[in-house]
Design a protein around this ligand. Structure first.
Ligand SMILES: [Zn+2]
Length: 290
């Protein structure tokens, strides 16, 4: 696992059952137990998720310590994500001259700091006070809320672009999260969401005796077809899946895996129809238009 993350044995409390975020079914098949929680697949659409799951309040307690105050952690995080941040910044910058941008799970602010403060009004939402304090002192032009996205006071229809990297896999109710993203975007606005899809790697993880989803950290494991279906049902006009740039993990197994599978995925993407993305990419970037 990644040394940047704070991971300890979990004592489940206040567990809540949720229906499938993709199809609404409440019927599931058991897949595995992890950290005293159950990983299940939807009996109707095969989407994989942790059910029941910790309540919003229990997750808030858990994530308050997600970025421990530790020397050099902000720089190491920025370095790990820099290729992804540069890639998506380039994509947005090629399509917009200026506007209002919101990053959900903005961490230390590295992604938003790339945008020209003369042209962009940048807002970050991040529950970790350690991360938002760093952002406020290093990037004072970014408006930062120390809050859960669900609780942040943001105006409907006010953003040209909403981004979120490696957040949706962690949230209590991913369908509600994406509905809120849709609600906050202007008409024609763009959401860029990057999330892992780990189920194809479950056999490897079992072989290497590694956690499958690091529950309760990862609660939602969308395959591209699942995320696309949910996005369209919420009301996005178009949902496009890309393999995108790999994360430069500080863990060697993850780093090597991401580099190899990400590379194959990008080559595959050039030749394969977009309706069948490479299943072993490890993570995908979704481009959703309102
Ligand atoms: Zn389902």
């Amino acid at each position: 696992m990644n040394k940047n993350y704070f991971y300890k044995p979990y004592e489940p409390k206040e567990l809540t059952l949720l229906p499938c975020a993709v199809c609404g079914s409440r019927s599931t098949h058991p897949l595995a137990d992890e950290n005293n929680l159950h990983i299940v697949s939807c009996a109707s659409c095969d989407y994989v998720y942790v059910n029941p799951r910790p309540s919003v309040a229990a997750l808030e307690d858990f994530y308050r310590e997600y970025y421990p105050p530790q020397e050099g952690l902000a720089d190491s995080w920025g370095g790990e994500m820099s290729a992804i941040f540069a890639n998506i910044f380039g994509y947005i910058n090629a399509r917009y001259d200026s506007g209002q941008i919101l990053d959900i799970g903005s961490a230390y602010g590295h992604f938003l700091s790339q945008f020209d403060a003369q042209k962009w009004f940048a807002t970050g939402v991040e529950p970790s006070p350690t991360a938002t304090e760093y952002c406020r002192s290093n990037f004072p032009r970014i408006t930062t809320f120390t809050s859960n996205f669900e609780d942040a006071d943001l105006a409907a229809g006010s953003f040209d672009v909403v981004t979120s990297f490696y957040v949706v896999e962690h949230v209590f109710d991913p369908r509600d999260f994406m509905q809120r993203v849709h609600h906050l975007l202007k008409d024609g606005g763009l959401a860029v969401i990057r999330i892992p899809y780990t189920r194809p790697f479950f056999p490897f993880a079992r072989l290497l005796r590694r956690p499958l989803m690091y529950a309760p950290m990862h609660l939602n494991d969308f395959a591209p077809a699942h995320f696309e279906r949910m996005g369209r049902e919420i009301g996005f006009r178009s949902v496009e899946t890309t393999v995108g740039t790999s994360r430069n993990s500080s863990n060697m197994v993850e780093k090597l895996g991401a580099a190899i599978f990400g590379f194959i995925g990008r080559v595959y993407e050039v030749f394969a129809p977009s309706s069948h993305p490479f299943p072993y990419a490890g993570a995908y970037t979704y481009l959703l238009r309102k």
